[in-house]
Design a protein around this ligand. Structure first.
Ligand code: PLP
Length: 360
């Protein structure tokens, strides 16, 4: 293995090295068949096998019930911001949203194009430093669905208890899907862009309960209807072949590690190293409230923006890359998804200690 830097990028994000090397091989010569992965027909027996394998692994790892469809779509998670209300809302109807960061705000804006939106909770006044507890909001009786973002990638907060309601529940799990077990049967729709915790950019996973496929009004264009893709096994048009294949490799890797219970344990352990270092210092201050801390994106500040810039630049020089916080919050952010190695977190903690000694 060549020298690899530690990549703390929020997405596209670090992938297991064995996945990268396998993908590199298969791009040129897929499973020694004499044809490259990205030049193969999506209707070939080989590629259909790839999609079937990927779906089967997802169903196994997430224990997806039989009455749910698994779709591999394009357009990124951002397209789902519109597709969800297009398919679930009719004029005059309303939906309930929990506003916990940039991604929920964008989703609210799209939903408003299709119906009325009740924002039952917002943590914007405290710069999205927490997510609500169940007692903090009420889902209106007349709402069609409750929408929330399980992990707020930019602000570093995460729901540790999933909102529970009788209503259809829609969740954007882009940045924590497959990081812990979830009870899929509690959701109507789960969606996630692959490029945070699941693979390369270009593929958006949608898990949808079958009874929701028939709700879309007739005015919804073909490509924006979940039913179109469900009926054709994500092959209505050319799917994102390379991305689906690579997600499949990541799932194989995850299964070998022991699945979601095992990875959750590893994620907790990695995040604790970093949060303990932050809590032990007055120099570093965590952005998220303790009860809302994300196991995937750890956000923190230093005493001044100048020190933050110096920290990021010296860390980069020490092969700790991608630690600059999102432009909307500033500060620093360490994204430590499933594939991020514990060793990299240890190196960062060590670096933080030395940096504080020199600059504190
Ligand atoms: C990155 C991200 C998105 C946007 O994903 P795209 O695939 O770039 O559209 C949406 N939601 C969350 C939670 C994200 O982290």
């Amino acid at each position: 293995m060549p020298d690899r830097i530690y990549n703390f990028s929020a997405g596209p994000a670090t992938l297991p090295y064995e996945v990268l090397t396998q993908a590199a091989k298969d791009i040129v010569n897929f499973r020694d068949k004499g044809i490259g992965l990205i030049e193969m027909s999506h209707r070939s027996k080989e590629f259909i096998g790839v999609v079937d394998e990927c779906e089967a692994l997802l169903r196994e790892l997430l224990a997806i019930p039989a009455d749910y469809k698994v779709l591999f779509l394009q357009g990124g998670a951002s397209t789902q911001f519109a597709m969800v209300p297009m398919n679930l809302l009719r004029p005059g109807q309303s939906a309930c949203y929990l506003n916990t960061g940039t991604w929920s705000k964008k989703a609210i804006k799209e939903a408003q194009l299709f119906g009325a939106v009740d924002v039952a909770y917002s943590s914007e006044a405290s710069n999205f430093d927490h997510v609500p507890a169940p007692a903090d909001y009420t889902v209106p009786a007349a709402t069609e669905y409750l929408y929330f973002v399980s992990n707020n990638t930019i602000f570093g907060t995460q729901f540790h208890t999933m909102p529970a309601t009788e209503k259809i529940t829609v969740c954007d799990m882009s940045s924590d899907i497959l990081s812990r077990p979830v009870d899929v049967s509690r959701f109507g729709i789960i969606f996630a862009g692959a490029q945070k915790n699941m693979g390369p950019a270009g593929c958006t996973l949608v898990i949808i309960r079958e009874d929701l496929l028939d709700r879309a009004p007739d005015t919804v264009p073909t490509m924006f209807r979940y039913k179109t893709h469900a009926d054709k096994g994500s092959m209505f048009n050319t799917p994102p072949c390379f991305a689906i294949y690579t997600v499949g490799l990541v799932l194989q890797w995850l299964k070998k590690l022991g699945g979601l219970t095992a990875i959750e344990k590893m994620n907790r352990d990695k995040a604790a190293l970093l949060y303990d270092a932050i809590d032990a210092s007055d120099f570093y201050r965590g952005h998220a409230r303790k009860d809302s801390r994300s196991l995937m994106n750890v956000t923190f500040n230093l005493p001044t923006p100048e020190l933050e810039a110096k920290f990021v630049s010296e860390a980069t020089a020490a092969s700790l890359d991608g630690l600059k916080g999102h432009r909307s919050v500033g500060g620093c952010r360490a994204s430590i998804y499933n594939a991020f190695p514990r060793e990299g977190v240890e190196k960062l903690v060590e670096f933080m200690g030395e940096f504080e000694k020199k600059n504190g």
